[in-house]
Design a protein around this ligand. Structure first.
Ligand code: NAP
Length: 551
């Protein structure tokens, strides 16, 4: 079979390419661009109608990023200086427009098949290729497959009885309709108060007739102190992007932020207070790094938790309501901090009502609303903001099989685990960008995706230079990396608290899923491994590696 031209997949036909990239978000777009620039034939797939990934799907009112725009972008000389961000924390529409601009600038859409879901990825050992099948009937053979599907893309479904009976409008923050949704004058319920729930709640409260917020666990919600982007600062960065990249690579979180090495115990109470005030004024995630020891020391963490609790109580007029909204039973930063402006103020409005699921439970959904143990809430619209099936969801939504018929997640009953977060033993030439065992959700996804995409592209170049057909993580390297990942999380308060980054085994032992040793440490380790000829990766040359052998 002759390979077809780039990106042209004939319906019901087959194509043989160097690489398939799944996902047209931040990571997928960059990967396609880099691999194509390296001269590889590439086909991308995305189930959405166009580029953007999470920033296309999560188009709910109020959606915006919680990392500053100076760093939540490609450090690309052809793009950075051309693009005008308006705010420190841009809204979803601006982020989507940016990714569309990136795709336009590099002509990336031609590589992608949109509105196409990959259903099957089966390794064909006799051909050293993945056979990729889609819901549109296309079959593509690829030497390499890059999963740029993200760690937070497969959403949780409402587990309540009667959900299918609801006759009103259902909306999901993670799959918000592309066409405008008018909630003016509607009676609305929002279930879930994580980052997505909080943002949609604060955004729609002024326009809806009534808003019932179903809260299971109160979160710490902090304002971002959003403001117009500092254009002078942005211009300075744009003039030396290499230096900016180097600086960011030396941070713990893959973006520049007001960090300190001085532990709280070395500060006077006045200095501690000043530090807290400064971080609050800076806004957003900076409250998770007011002091370096707040992640491991209960007393230091108390300083920050109490400071933010005080801010919460300062906003909510009704003390009984404040009791329900204030997080008391876990330390700040041990679950993802929620960044949202005006969240607590919302609850001072007469049309906003809290349903506390710690005292009242949802019995069922009916045609007209939600029945709880405390009564019935009649609504026109239910918005589900339940979060994601993190780390495993996107992988499990495709039937991925290696030569032995195993799935990458089969071995993960004691926690997800991949070498450097990138490769799973037994799955040759399959790369999981920002996967479990990488810093992933703990750092700036944009920089992380670019680093991983370059890492994969360099690895493929290395294979081509050395005549290798396949690469996979060795069992030993993957197991050893898992140990290192757990050691990096030792002592973290976050590992002791229920949250989506922790996998709890049946015997009660806990596995921390992302690599918590810090971004720069991870980068040094990964680069060191590459510098040693990719130690821990096993390469092979196979004689019979023709596509014909698989057909
Ligand atoms: P999330 O943080 O996992 O929040 C899900 C919410 O749904 C929680 O309040 C959870 O309660 C609740 N929930 C889940 N199952 C429930 C059930 N059966 N009954 C009642 N409530 C239930 O999800 P998310 O808000 O979509 O955010 C996920 C991640 O996406 C964030 O951590 C962040 O990394 C990213 N994100 C970032 C931004 C941003 O600001 N840039 C915006 C949106 C999302 P419990 O807490 O009790 O489980």
């Amino acid at each position: 079979m002759e390979p077809t031209s780039l990106g042209q997949v004939s319906h019901n036909g087959t194509t043989d390419v160097d690489a398939v990239v799944i996902g047209a978000g931040i990571g997928g777009l960059y990967t396609v661009r880099r691999l194509a620039a390296d001269g590889l034939s590439v086909v991308g797939f995305d189930s959405a109608s166009d580029v953007g990934g999470v920033w296309r799907h999560n188009g709910y009112p109020g959606a915006r990023v919680d990392i500053e725009a100076y760093f939540y972008c490609y450090f690309d000389p052809e793009i950075y200086g051309q693009w005008q961000w308006t705010q420190r924390y841009p809204p979803q529409a601006e982020l989507l427009a940016y990714l569309e601009h990136y795709a336009d600038h590099y002509g990336l859409r031609k590589y992608f098949q949109f509105s196409t879901k990959v259903e099957e990825l089966h390794w064909q050992p006799e051909a050293n290729r993945w056979r990729v099948r889609t819901n549109t009937g296309a079959t593509v053979y690829a030497r390499h497959v890059v999963m740029a599907t993200g760690q937070l893309s497969k959403s949780r479904q409402l587990p309540f009885e009667g959900v299918e009976d609801f006759a009103g409008q259902w909306l999901e923050t993670s799959h918000w309709p592309a066409e405008p949704v008018d909630l003016t004058g509607k009676r609305v319920a929002v279930i879930g108060t994580g980052s997505s729930g909080a943002q949609v709640i604060a955004a729609i409260a002024p326009e809806v007739e009534s808003l019932h917020v179903f809260q299971r666990t109160p979160n710490y919600v902090v304002p971002s102190q959003n403001a117009p982007l500092d254009q002078d600062r942005y211009r300075k960065y744009s003039e030396n992007l290499d230096e900016l990249w180097d600086q960011v690579m030396r941070t713990g979180v893959a973006y520049l932020a007001p960090m300190t090495d001085v532990p709280a115990s070395s500060m006077t109470p006045e200095q501690q207070q000043q530090r807290l005030d400064d971080q609050w004024a800076f806004g957003g995630l900076s409250m998770t790094f007011a002091f370096p020891d707040q992640k491991t020391d209960w007393n230091t963490n108390d300083l920050v938790s109490n400071f933010v609790r005080g801010k919460i109580r300062g906003v909510i007029a009704n003390p009984a309501l404040a009791d329900k909204l204030e997080p008391r039973d876990y330390p700040i930063g041990t679950r993802r901090l929620v960044v949202c402006n005006g969240y607590y103020e919302t609850f001072n409005q007469d049309n906003v009502h809290l349903v506390d699921l710690r005292t009242d439970s949802i019995n069922r959904v009916t045609a007209t609303g939600i029945e709880t143990s405390a009564g019935f809430v009649e609504v026109d619209v239910i918005i589900s903001a339940l979060g994601f099936d993190a780390f495993t969801g996107a992988l499990d939504s495709i039937d991925i099989r290696n030569a032995d018929g195993q799935k990458p997640t089969d071995d993960w009953d004691r926690g997800p685990n991949a070498y450097l977060g990138l490769m799973v033993h037994g799955f040759p030439n399959l790369y999981t960008l920002t996967g479990p065992g990488s810093p992933s959700v703990l750092v700036n996804f944009n920089v992380h995706n670019v680093f991983h995409a370059n890492y994969v592209a360099d690895l493929i170049s290395f294979m081509d230079e050395h005549g290798h057909d396949t690469v996979e993580a060795t069992r030993e390297a993957q197991d050893q990396w898992h140990v290192q990942t757990q050691q990096a999380a030792d002592g973290l308060l976050r590992k002791q608290v229920k949250n989506y980054m922790v996998h709890v085994n049946n015997d009660g032992s806990r596995v921390f899923i992302p690599y918590a040793g810090g971004w720069s440490t991870y980068v040094d380790i990964a680069n060191g491994i590459a510098g040693q000829g990719y130690s821990g990766f096993a390469f092979a040359k196979r004689e019979q590696s023709t596509l014909a052998a698989a057909q």
